[in-house]
Structure formats: C-alpha cells, structure tokens
Design a protein around this ligand. Structure first.
Ligand SMILES: [Zn+2]
Length: 188
C-alpha cells in the first residue's frame, strides 16, 4: 500500500501516511481559526496620491506652457484631456487596488487577500512559519505616516522569503500597526 497523497510506502493499513495525516490535521485546525484579531487595509488617501503623482502635474504644467506659447488652442485642449485621463486612471486603479487588498490576523494565522480585476490572490501563513515582519517607507510615505508592510515567511526558497510571504502597501500608522502585530505574534 502507498500513501494516496505523497506515494510513500505505508507500514500499516490505510490510505495516507502519518506525515500527510499530520499536515491534514494541521490544515483542519487552521481552518477552525476564525477569530479576527487585527484587520489591515491598504490606505487610499487622495492627498497622498496627489503628492505621489506630483511629477504628472509638473509634466502637465510644462506641456501647457509650451502649448500656450506656441498658441495652439486644440493642442492645449489635448494636453488637458490626456492629463485628466492619465491622472483619473491612476487614481481609479489605486482606489480599486486599495479596496481589494486586505490582511487579517487571526489567532494562529495571517491571511492576505488581493482582488483586482481578474487577479485573485490568497495567501495563508501560520505564525509558526513567519520569519520576520517589517516595513519600508519612501520619503513621501514617511510624511503621511504610511508604510509598506512586509511579511516574510519560511519556505522552500531560501533568500526569497517575501515570495513565501507577502507585502501590503500604504498602511496607515505603520509603526503602531507593526507593534500591534508583534504583540499578536509573540502571544502565540
Ligand atoms: Zn503521505
């Protein structure tokens, strides 16, 4: 007899080996863990977005100046139109991404969800499989108290720990959130 899941030779009668049975039990145990302890969402802030896209405004102003000095009304109209479409599109996508991204910390696991257009990602990491939790900030993010939260997990690929974990961008009050996460994880 061989294990139905991994194909290992079975010593006793049965369908699956003790290793696979253990993994199965652990998975079932994780499914029962439904008490939400901490929910984190990607922040969408219009003022942050506008600062982030300040370079687009700069290009807009420069092209407007060029258009006005060469005196083309239609060209100027085109510049305004392109600017509105580009900025509107970026803001719209950022808003949808923020709405579809969340991380929920439970008692024993953390679940990351990303839903955007046709992309659906879902990642579950047990606290015992976590390697590190940290954050990164750009200068603009720092001004707003935002940061990108990185959850590193142990996995098959050494050195690619973020591949096994995940990242969630633009977390509000990122320092406080990180402290809260540290407390949650250390209890378990
Ligand atoms: Zn097995």
């Amino acid at each position: 007899m061989r294990c139905k899941i991994c194909g290992a030779q079975l010593k006793k009668d049965g369908d699956i080996c003790t290793n696979c049975y253990k993994a199965f039990q652990e998975e079932e145990e994780l499914k029962k863990d439904v008490n939400e302890r901490l929910k984190i969402k990607r922040k969408y802030s219009i003022s942050y977005e506008l600062v982030k896209y300040a370079w687009i405004f700069l290009i807009f102003i420069l092209s407007s100046v060029i258009c006005i000095s060469t005196g083309g009304f239609l060209e100027e109209l085109l510049v305004v139109l392109i600017f509105a479409v580009v900025l509107g599109g970026l803001l719209f996508f950022d808003k949808r991404i923020a709405m579809g991204t969340q991380v929920i910390f439970y008692e024993k696991k953390v679940v990351y969800t990303f839903d955007f257009l046709f992309i659906h990602k879902n990642k579950v990491v047990k606290y015992t499989d976590l390697r590190d939790v940290t954050y990164y900030q750009t200068l603009t993010q720092k001004r707003f108290g935002f940061g990108d939260l990185c959850i590193y997990a142990k996995g098959m690929f050494p050195g690619a720990t973020l591949l096994n974990g995940f990242q969630i961008k633009n977390i509000e009050n990122v320092k406080e959130v990180l402290a809260a996460i540290g407390e949650l994880i250390s209890i378990n």
